[in-house]
Design a protein around this ligand. Sequence first.
Ligand SMILES: [Zn+2]
Length: 212
Amino acid sequence: MKLIFLGPPGAGKGTLSALAKERLGIPHISTGDLFRAAIKQGTPLGRQVQEIVTSGGLVPDELTTAIVREKLESPEAAAGFILDGFPRTVPQAEALETFCRIDHVVSFELGREELMNRLGGRMVCKNCGAVYHRFNRPPTVEGVCDLCGGQVVVRPDDEPAAVARRLDLYQEQTAPLIAFYDQRGLLRRLDAAPAPEEVLETLIRMLEHLEG
Ligand SMILES: [Zn+2]
């Protein structure tokens, strides 16, 4: 089964990909992993990626597509895959269409408020790096690390305004992609609010139903 997973930061896509990969017995292919592997192997494409990444640039669509294509056409992906982090834009989705037929595009969906809650509550200890959560796992004494007594702070990236910007950016990039796959009848929306194990069960039932 050839799947694409879409979901905003905070929807638990990483955890769900790991669970689904085990359950469905197909590889999880993420662009981040592909870039790292290509750089490590020193392939011609990998050397191009390395040059761009070290100069602080963004890997262009064409190169990203070439790397993904190489992987999707390898024996490892013959029985199917979960594609994660690609396509990110409509031009990438159009390129993908030219060499691969996707079965389902799964969109993990979660309300804005819940995403802000999950992402915006993150706090870390400045001293030992222990991670806390304002609502789900606060330190026993406010602002003080349970483990080392260090100062527990919210990092700039996790401030509500920064989280809101990240969510806006995702929305902006992904909304056209959602519409693109919806038009093709491939989009499957899934509520990502329950625990990951439960979301996985719903996904499996949905896929079984669709595959009839
Ligand atoms: Zn600490």
